[in-house]
Structure formats: structure tokens, C-alpha cells
Design a binder for this molecule. Structure first.
Ligand SMILES: Cc1cc2nc3c(=O)[nH]c(=O)nc-3n(C[C@H](O)[C@H](O)[C@H](O)COP(=O)(O)O)c2cc1C
Length: 214
């Protein structure tokens, strides 16, 4: 909550916690996850935590404390990886049944896969529905599609043309040291910063409703 005693708007800005909960089988989506966190951390006053879902048993409290959670997974067989889905399923008991604990947090999502499309949209849609089941506020990518004209290139932000979240593509014969490419990492950083900004805007707006619930 905002400090009532703070004399200026700037000093009354609440600290924002952004968590990135992700799975990565081979390290490519991990690079995207770290880029998302880097982008969020560019907003002053924002702290970030990157949580591999395999370690979530030690991090449920951290996720509950977060103001925003950004979900990320490789696309495996047209959807989230089995490991990420296991995390999602675990939230039914640990989060929803435990008291709708993520309600009104900010959410967003990203996915990486081997093909340019690779059906990542199906994964992003599943992540958005998952966030909706938890009563979270979904933030989209907020970038125009790029790399779609005779003068465009794969080096542009949002070169894969997603709207719902951030996409990345990693050639299947490249390791995570070289894939995904820089434009996809920059797109991920953009998503992270956008989520941090929206989360701060929402925190300030919540103050104006004086704790009124919906
Ligand atoms: C089981 C499995 C299923 C996959 N299914 C897809 C797919 O549906 N679409 C796609 O474009 N790539 C697919 N891939 C490729 C991965 O998405 C790609 O290698 C990605 O970079 C892996 O990310 P990671 O290193 O974070 O695990 C699949 C890979 C695996 C291992």
C-alpha cells in the first residue's frame, strides 16, 4: 500500500515485485525468462525474482508476495511443456483452493519454440486462460508486429508478430548460447518492463479506490 505520510507522489510509489515463473528443458526459454526479468528491473523500485517451476516448492510464498507474475514456457507439442503444466496444475490446490491467492495480481506470458510459429499462440492463449482462472489481470505485449514488410527484418522487436505475449524462436540446431536471437530477447525485455509499468500504474490506482473490493 502507499504510504499515507509521504509528501510527494514519487516517494509514495510502492515497491513492485515482479516474479518470472518459467520452465526450460534445454536453456533457450531460460534466456528469454532472464531477459523478461531484466526488462522489468529497468523500472526504478522494481525487484525481480526468476523462479524455475522445478523449484517452486521453495517459492510459493514468493509468488504470493509478488505483485506481478510473468509465466514462461517452451512450446512443446503445441502447448506448455509437461513440466510447466504440472506447475499450473499444482496451483489449483496451492493457490486457488487455498484462497484465490493470486487474484488481482498482474500477469503476462511468453513462449519460445523451434519454429517461427510452432503454434506458440496456443501456448500464450493457454497461459492467458490460466491467469484468468486465477483472477489475474493479463498484460499483452503492446508492440506492433514487425518483420512483415519488404524493408523489415528479423532483427526487429516483435519480429514474430505476437500480440498476446512475447514470442521467441530458437533454431533447433543451436544451443542457448546463441538462441534465441537478440531481437527476441529485446522483445522479452520489453514485455518485462511493460508489466512493471502497468503494475505500478495499477498500484497507484488501487490507492484511489481506498481498498474497495469488487
Ligand atoms: C517434446 C518437444 C516438443 C516440441 N514441440 C514443439 C512445437 O510444438 N513447436 C515448435 O516450434 N517447437 C517444438 N519443440 C522445439 C522446442 O520448442 C525448442 O527446441 C525450444 O527452443 C526448447 O526450449 P528450451 O530449451 O527452453 O526447452 C519441441 C521440443 C520438444 C523437446
Amino acid at each position: 500500500m502507499l504510504s499515507r505520510s509521504s509528501p510527494t507522489i514519487e516517494s509514495s510509489v510502492p515497491a513492485i515485485r515482479v516474479a518470472v515463473a518459467y520452465h526450460s528443458g534445454y536453456g533457450h526459454t531460460a534466456r528469454q525468462a532472464n531477459a523478461v526479468a531484466e526488462g522489468a528491473a529497468t523500472l526504478p523500485g522494481v525487484t525481480t525474482q526468476v523462479i524455475p517451476v522445478g523449484d517452486v516448492d521453495a517459492a510459493w510464498d514468493d509468488l504470493e508476495r509478488a505483485d506481478a507474475i510473468i509465466f514462461g514456457t517452451p512450446t512443446y507439442m503445441a502447448g506448455p511443456s509437461a513440466q510447466f503444466k504440472a506447475f499450473q496444475d499444482a496451483t489449483s490446490r496451492r493457490v486457488m483452493a487455498a484462497g484465490f491467492k493470486w487474484k488481482d495480481k498482474v500477469a503476462a506470458g511468453f513462449s519460445n519454440s523451434g519454429s517461427q510459429s510452432g503454434d506458440k499462440l496456443a501456448t500464450l492463449m493457454q497461459l492467458a486462460l490460466f491467469a484468468a482462472q486465477h483472477g489475474m489481470h493479463w498484460v499483452n505485449l503492446g508492440l506492433p508486429p514487425a518483420n512483415n514488410s519488404s524493408t523489415g527484418s528479423a532483427d526487429e522487436l516483435n519480429r514474430l508478430g505476437f500480440f498476446l505475449g512475447a514470442g521467441a524462436q530458437s533454431n533447433v540446431d543451436e544451443g542457448p548460447d546463441t538462441a534465441p536471437r537478440e531481437s527476441d530477447l529485446a522483445t522479452a525485455r520489453h514485455l518485462g518492463r511493460r508489466v512493471a509499468v502497468v503494475t505500478r500504474q495499477l498500484a497507484r490506482g488501487r490507492e484511489s479506490t481506498d481498498g474497495a473490493d469488487d
